[in-house]
Design a protein around this ligand. Sequence first.
Ligand code: NAD
Ligand code: MG
Length: 389
Amino acid sequence: MNRNVAILGATGSIGTATIDVLGQLADEGWRAWGVSGHANLDALATACEKMSLPPEWIVGSDPGLAAQFDSRRWPSSSRFESGAERLVALASADEVGVVVAAIVGRAGLESTLAAVEAGKRVALANKETLVVAGTLVCQAQQVSGAEILPVDSEHSAIFQCLQASQTPAERIILTASGGPFRDWTREQMEEASVAAALNHPTWKMGPKISVDSATMMNKALEIIEARWLFDIPAESIEVMIHPQSVIHSMVEFVDGSVVAQLSPPDMRLPIQYALTYPDRVACSAPRFDVTQRWDLSLEPADRDRFPALELGFEVAAVGGTAGAVVNAANEAAVALFLDQKIRFTEIVPACRKALENHSYERHPTLQRLIELDEWARAEVQRWHCGANF
Ligand code: NAD
Ligand code: MG
């Protein structure tokens, strides 16, 4: 297998963890052949300097920021290019075997889709691409024969658990930490600060997914992601709260046997497995410590306090344009919350309202999905200016 990896979004939480994993696997011929960064090019240059073999190709996806950056900081042997369309070129380059899709949000759509169309192994962290365009990604995968392997820890767990049987699973049980507001009342959530929402109890992640975890919109996106990745109907997906983030998810078979995957929370394990599958190799993530007591709890999720979950199940059931609209409204509302322009508890209602106000289509084109993405963002801005969610 071609072990040249392109990391799209190499400066983020998943991107830097991927660089670490590839450093550990360098002796087996793995390398970051190509990398991209958006805003933090300084960090990208530093990461490239530290690699034993610098990347062949570096993309700065924001052309304005790339133009301002001192080009002498790039390794002399690397080719540097800028612009969103160069991401697509990197994702489909012949020299690349595996694409780690680690850009956050809808911004990762075109490059992730390009990697699928080019028949790459795609290690998928960018769940929003499946939420926005699940049907189109699956169609492209069937044509190209691309392998889409989950990086999301829950989906990696499900993927691993499914290997326990030839018989299809009856149910998928996604675990959720419950985020920082797991025990908060609705009234407390009304007053939630940005700092509190970003303070995730078990994972250290980028700001957007951290807020998504606090609203549980992250689990909603993961329900939709599971629907597409495993071709399983929404009714066969369940969510349970598991605050310790050690049981990463479970699968139930027809005989009632439930298979789970466990490991201390660390994204390097699912990232590495998406690269080396079907092989397993030693990983630098911490191991399960049998000398310590583990109190692992599971409880049902509270759909009243976390209305995002209902939204996730609905979108997973109807497909079509629903995912693009909810995802875009969520991205716009999360950005407003991070800017302290709206309350935490206004994020999910904004998504609900966008879903209900849009004209649903069952089989949209990519162009239509992109138009609806822009429409939903504009609607959220408009409502915000009218202070009415
Ligand atoms: P992050 O904010 O830490 O990093 C995001 C990356 O995307 C950065 O490299 C950034 O430069 C790049 N980027 C941002 N805007 C861009 C744009 N407009 N065009 C091109 N690139 C852009 O995010 P993260 O936490 O690493 O999450 C990345 C993806 O992985 C998300 O889809 C998230 O849901 C998913 N994911 C993350 C984790 C985690 O532990 N962090 C776990 C599971 C899934
Ligand atoms: Mg996850």
